[in-house]
Ligand binder design. Structure first.
Ligand code: GLU
Length: 297
């Protein structure tokens, strides 16, 4: 099978160390299989998009020697595809309008944390005179199984009916990512461990839309010394355009986060060394790695 992988950053700021790890990890998996590696800019959440950051992320990828195939795809230009997918799901009776705000769901679900919010199905059978805000996918409660290339067999539930078109009119990440991965022929999704919990929802949408599911691999989540996900500031990488030693160290640190101690000075050399090591070893199966930038300078 020929592999097509991808890196799908959200342009919400400069390339972050955690995203560089995802970029390098997905690049390695695709290139080690002599596959294609595509880049897609996930710019649907316009409130979070930072002007100029897509260009900055692409410039950073070039600087780190990560060459992509084909043209960069911008989600903002692909509304028609998402509309078609919504129409397909609706024709199958798999969507409904929902009037609940986040606060309503929180109250009804009495969850302590946002990630634990399971939609209790308030609008499943109608709006009862309330005004529609979002559109939800009618998800089955059956667990979903998949075999993660790094983490092994996983059983996961979708966590209830989830939003595919948001109250602000934006297409939800879950729908867009599934539609784009299928449209771009992506059959290998390698990404940060923070997205592991989205996988069942994406597989549920793929099967409802008649798409085959890609292979998944969830990389370790990069955390700070305090064990928390790297904050925006902590992980921010300014574009070290004129500073080859920093490019080298940052790239080697990103590979080190994956358990690959690559050698070399130039990005090309470092990536070649990483590919060779990757072919001979398994990536770290740890769920988190601590960001510990080398002080080599
Ligand atoms: N755009 C998402 C992010 O930057 C990644 C989506 C994915 O890899 O599925 O977190």
């Amino acid at each position: 099978m020929s592999i097509t992988g991808r890196f799908a950053p959200s342009p919400t700021g400069s390339l972050h160390f955690g995203s560089l790890v995802a970029a390098v990890g997905s690049w390695l998996f695709a290139r080690a299989a002599r596959g294609r590696w595509l880049v897609r800019i996930e710019d649907l959440d316009t409130a979070r998009v930072v002007a100029g950051s897509a260009e900055e992320i692409l410039a950073a990828l070039r600087l780190y020697g990560l060459k992509w195939d084909g043209d960069v795809v911008l989600q903002a230009t692909r509304t028609r595809l998402y509309e078609e997918a919504l129409a397909t799901l609706s024709a199958k009776g798999l969507t409904y309008e929902c009037a609940c705000s986040r606060a309503d769901v929180q109250r009804a679900a009495s969850a302590q944390y946002e990630e634990e919010l399971v939609y209790p199905g308030t609008c499943r059978d109608g709006l009862n005179g309330r005004v529609a805000r979002s559109i939800r996918f009618r998800a089955s409660e059956e667990p979903i199984f998949f075999d993660d290339l790094i983490r092994g067999p996983i059983e996961q539930t979708t966590g209830g009916d989830f939003v595919i078109k948001r109250a602000d009119g934006a297409w939800a990440y879950q729908l867009a990512v599934v539609v784009d991965d299928a449209d771009q022929g992506i059959n290998q999704v390698v990404r940060g461990g923070d997205l592991l919990g989205s996988t069942a929802r994406q597989i549920a949408l793929q099967s409802a839309l008649g798409f085959s599911s890609p292979q998944y691999a969830h990389l370790p989540l990069v955390v700070g010394a305090d064990g928390m996900k790297l904050g925006k500031r902590e992980g921010a990488l300014s574009l070290p355009a004129l500073d080859p030693p920093r490019v080298r160290d940052t790239l080697r640190d990103a590979l080190m986060a994956l358990g690959i101690d690559a050698e070399g000075e130039q990005p090309r050399e470092i990536l070649d060394s990483a590919l060779e090591l990757f072919a001979r070893s398994r990536l770290t199966a740890r769920t988190t790695v601590v960001h510990n930038p080398a002080k080599r300078l």
